[in-house]
Every structure is written in C-alpha cells, then in structure tokens.
Design a protein around this ligand. Structure first.
Ligand code: NAD
Length: 456
C-alpha cells in the first residue's frame, strides 16, 4: 500500500498490507496471549502504559512530523495532538485502579452473605480507527482496553498507517507483549477481514456508512460494539454575545484541523439582531487563517487528507450557491499538487442544502439566521446526527434551557470543538453507540461479573 503526502501527492512510504491469512494468524496469537496479559498484575500493566507515555515524550517531534507528512495536519496541530494524548494517558493511569477495583455492595455479617461486582476484561478486541486524530481516537480505546487486561488488534486508518506503526513500536518498547497490542495494516478490506475473526468486542471510529457495516457484522455475533461516528455539529449564537470574540472562537472551532474533526462546528445559527455583524466578523477571521505547507510553523490550514472529499465539498458549495447561499470567501478547490480546498463561508444557508445536513468534514461552513431560541433548537435538532451542539450567550439560564433540549452527546456553553478526558465522549442518532473517555470509558472495556458469596 502506497502512502501519499496529501500536501504534495508524493509517495512517502510503501507498506505491506496484512493478507486475510495474516489477520487470522494475528487474531489467533492475540487470543493465545490475552489470558497472560489479564493475569499480569494491574500495576505492571499500568507501568507499561506509563513507559509508552515516556516513549511518546521522547519521540514527540518525530511522531509529529510523521503525522503531518501522512495526514497533512499542520505541524503545530500535530504537536498539540501529542500533548493532548499525554493528558489522556495521565487520566487513565490515575483513574483506572479505582475504576477497575472489585466493589463489595453487600456485606451482611448476620446472614453470612456478601455481594460483589468485578470488572473483567472482554478478551480480544478489534479497534478499527480513523485518521483525523489517530492518537486521540486510537488511545481512547487501546489505552484503557490494555489497562483493563484486553488484547488489542489495532487497525489504524489506511491514511494514518505510519502513525499506527509508530504506536505499535512504542508499545513494544514499553513492554506490552507484541501479541497483546497488534497492528493490523490495510484498508477497508483488511478491516472487514479483521471483523471476521473471533473477537470479543469491536470498537470503531469512522463514518456512519462504515459504522452501519460494522454494526451489521457485530450484531449477529452478540459481541460488545461501540461506534463513534460522524457529526453535523451546530452552534447557536444569541444576540447578547461579544460578536468579535464569538466569531473568533467559532471560526477556530470550524476550521481547526481543516474542519476534519468529528466535533468541528459544521453549521452556525445566528440571532437575527446580530446576523450581519456576526457574518462580517466571522469572514474576517477566516480570511486571516494562513493556508500553506503543513510543515511550516505558521500554517493554520493544510491540505485535505483524502482526495475524495474535494468532490463532496465542491458539490455542497455548488448546490448551496444554486439554492440562494452567498459564498463570502473561498468556494473552490485549489489547483496543483496535493488536495487543497479554500476555506469557505456560505451565508444565508438553509436546510434545503446538503451543506446544512450532511457532514462536510472540510473547510466549509454554512451560516443561517434564527429568529428565536425555539427556532434555533428546532434547527439544531433537525439532523440525522447528534454528536455535539453549542450555544453562545451571556445568560447562563438561557443557555442551559437550550442545551437541555438539544439532542447531542456533548453540549457546550460559550465554547466548542472541545474534548475532555474526564467527560464521556458519545453521540446520539447517527453519531454512534456507546462511549469512550471518563471512568465510564474505562469500564466499557470490561464485563461485569456478579458474585453471590455465602460463607461456609
Ligand atoms: P471510514 O469509515 O472511511 O474509515 C474508518 C475505518 O474503518 C478505517 O480504518 C477503514 O479502513 C475502516 N473500514 C472501512 N471499511 C470497512 C469495512 N467494510 N469493514 C471494516 N472496516 C472498514 O472513516 P474515516 O474517513 O477514517 O473517518 C472519518 C469519519 O470518522 C468522519 O465521519 C468523522 O466524523 C468520524 N469520526 C468520529 C469520531 C467520534 O469520536 N465520533 C472521531 C473521529 C472521526
């Protein structure tokens, strides 16, 4: 499989794909190794993950450069992702012992009865991952899964393969047995081969379309399944905000990582009274973004990782123009090597446009007027997705009233595009099933066992 640099189109590596037979062998080896790993004292498993963290610190610059080269993420944003990874690992290292400990829920001395709950590893899990934040979305799964005693068959996205191989190398160097954390290299066909193996859980991050296939396969087999899928994340800007500050925060929330974040702001509803002023301020912010070589320290916007997304963006913008949208900046792909699209703002958007309904996953955003809080809530909920949603206002009670009515896994008041290791990360509707992060996202890699113990 040839690995391309999306900024230039150049081939930067050629890696061997795992055949179906190789995937089967890896799954069998992981099965054989898992019990030994589960029997390894938790302290030693935690020490291995702490050693993995040290490898990330030691190799930070190399890892950042590889990530930038293969996915096109601007170098400073690659470093940010690695720094964020450390904070997530720290959370898991700190919280896992307490979260995985057996609980005694009844100690009835008079009747000589004790009740306990234990948290046991699922066994061997498949982790099929995405490319847009490979360190984040990968580690949300494999770090707590390994700590909990599972073996992990980790399939990085075909667009983040070199990063996936770095992760596997660092795990080995950290003392995680090579049959316990196993990289599986390839594209969707390899992912499908992995799904055919005897696994005890499937943890997937990616698109709704692939998620449906994964669900169909896992559903028949009654194994644990988690799907972290796409979003069409809305924000409502009320009339009482500081317009310039809100525009700056939201432009960053929409365009960071070139809009290729599951929780990127994808549509903005603006109160009538400030619509014109907000649109002007927002466009000014977007026009300030520096687009260029992702290796350059001053670059904010790099190329799109996947060429196929250019066609999606072109189609969304063309349709929006036809249906009355005003393209105020950008609007087209940039000719030349690699895959580039101008940062694009469409005003006067509406829900007749795919731009406001289908995930753009790129540097394109629609802005629409809202004449009341009720209308804004209705528009935010008028979506197949439900990953995140936000509101900008000075009024706390008003914000909470709005956010209570919004159908989303995460809600934001005066902030956006934010993930915290302490909070569960989940979606509703087509945004997914299950969750990662928080202490719930540690327990999700276990099955509970109920102990009824009567002394002799
Ligand atoms: P994708 O669905 O194209 O691919 C995801 C993974 O699935 C890749 O590893 C791919 O090789 C594999 N795959 C493809 N077909 C398969 C099949 N038939 N069987 C098994 N595996 C298969 O998604 P992507 O382009 O890598 O990621 C972008 C999407 O991910 C966006 O929709 C984004 O919103 C979503 N995402 C969601 C979250 C979240 O936390 N909810 C986080 C990051 C990305």
């Amino acid at each position: 499989m040839k690995i391309h640099n999306p900024a230039t189109g150049a081939v930067i590596a050629d890696v061997e794909i795992d055949s179906s037979a190789a995937v089967r062998r890896k799954a069998q080896q992981a099965r054989a190794a898992q019990a030994g790993w589960a029997a390894t004292p938790l302290k030693r498993r935690l020490a291995a993950i702490a050693a993995f963290r040290e490898r990330v610190v030691a190799l930070r610059e190399t890892l950042a450069r590889t990530l930038t080269e293969e996915v096109g993420k601007p170098i400073r944003q690659s470093r940010n992702e690695l720094d964020g990874l450390l904070a997530r690992i720290d959370f898991f290292l700190k919280e896992s012992p307490r979260t995985l400990r057996q609980e005694t829920v009844l100690a009835d001395v008079d009747n000589n009865m004790e009740e306990r709950i234990s948290h046991e590893p699922l066994g061997v899990i498949a982790n099929i991952s995405a490319w847009n934040y490979p360190y984040f979305v990968g580690s949300n799964v494999f770090v707590p899964a390994l700590i909990a005693g599972n073996a992990v068959l980790y399939k990085p996205s075909e667009y983040a393969t070199l990063t996936g191989l770095h992760i596997a190398q660092m795990m080995r160097e950290a003392g995680v047995p090579e049959d316990v954390f196993v990289p599986v290299v390839g594209d969707g066909l390899t992912g499908a081969a992995l799904l055919r193996q005897h696994v005890d859980g499937v943890f997937f991050t990616g698109s709704y379309a692939t998620g449906q296939r994964i669900a169909a396969s896992a559903g028949r087999r009654m194994i644990r399944m988690q799907l972290e899928l796409g979003g069409k994340d809305p924000v409502y800007v009320c009339e009482d905000v500081d317009v310039d500050a809100a525009a700056a925060g939201l432009a960053d929330g929409a365009f960071y990582n070139n809009g290729q974040s599951c929780c990127a702001v994808e549509r903005i509803y603006v109160a009538d009274a400030i619509y014109g002023r907000f649109v002007d301020a927002f466009v000014r912010e977007v026009q300030r973004f520096r687009l260029g070589d992702p290796m350059d320290e001053s670059t904010y916007l790099g190329p799109l990782t996947r060429k196929a997304q250019l066609a999606v963006l072109r189609r969304q913008v063309a349709q929006a123009r036809k249906l009355g949208g005003r393209v105020l900046t950008g609007g087209k792909a940039i000719d030349g090597r690699g895959h580039w699209f101008e940062p694009t703002v469409v005003a006067d958007a509406h829900h007749g446009m795919d731009l406001m309904r289908e995930e753009s996953f790129g540097p394109v955003i629609g802005l629409q007027r809202a004449s009341s809080d009720d209308e804004a809530v209705a528009l935010m909920n008028d979506s197949a997705y439900g990953l995140t949603a936000g509101v900008y206002t000075k009024a706390e009670k008003r914000a909470k009233r709005i956010l209570e009515r919004v159908e989303a896994g995460s809600v934001y008041w005066n902030c956006c595009d934010r993930v915290s290791p302490r909070l569960p990360w989940s979606g509703v509707k087509h945004s997914g099933i299950g969750l990662t992060l928080s202490t719930y996202g540690i327990r999700t890699f276990t099955r509970t066992k109920a102990w009824h113990l009567r002394g002799a």
